[in-house]
Design a protein around this ligand. Structure first.
Ligand SMILES: [Zn+2]
Length: 150
């Protein structure tokens, strides 16, 4: 049960408000992305149709191909993000969106607004970064031993 993940009992009205707020955040993100994906698709299609068939020298063809590749990569990236937003909306419907993977606590709305696919709450993320930095410092402390032998 998703509710079991919550460490503190949630007032149902507050939970509703949070749900509505998260839904608004995700839907706004989805609308922007969908708009961008559709816009790009139109551009790619229009350019494709406007392209003169024959007559272009090799340089021109290479330029257009490269621009197409970039357009396509951008399009793919946006479409992928759009997919993730859809998945997040589904998780939200099932009460599985917006909870920290580490401690199960609610991830702050401000954090989700900035990073809709954040999987950790701010304290857990900070702890993880600290662990990472400590591991890096540890690695640096060990490394000079090898240098000294050279
Ligand atoms: Zn956490």
């Amino acid at each position: 049960m998703a509710q079991a993940l919550r460490q503190t009992p949630v007032d149902p009205r507050r939970a509703d408000e949070r749900y509505e707020e998260l839904k608004r955040i995700l839907e706004a993100r989805r609308d922007v992305l969908a708009h961008e994906v559709n816009g790009r698709l139109r551009v790619v299609r229009a350019e494709h149709e406007a392209r003169p068939h024959g007559g272009a020298d090799f340089g021109e063809i290479a330029d257009t191909d490269m621009r197409d590749d970039i357009e396509f990569a951008l399009l793919e990236m946006k479409a992928e993000t759009l997919n993730k937003v859809h998945e997040a909306l589904v998780r939200l419907e099932h009460g599985r969106y917006g909870y920290c993977h580490e401690c199960g606590d609610e991830i702050a709305e401000a954090r989700l607004r900035a990073l809709p696919f954040a999987v950790r709450c701010t304290p857990c993320e900070a702890m993880r970064e600290r662990d990472f930095l400590r591991a890096q410092a540890e690695a640096r402390r060990v490394a000079p031993l090898f240098d000294a032998r050279g």
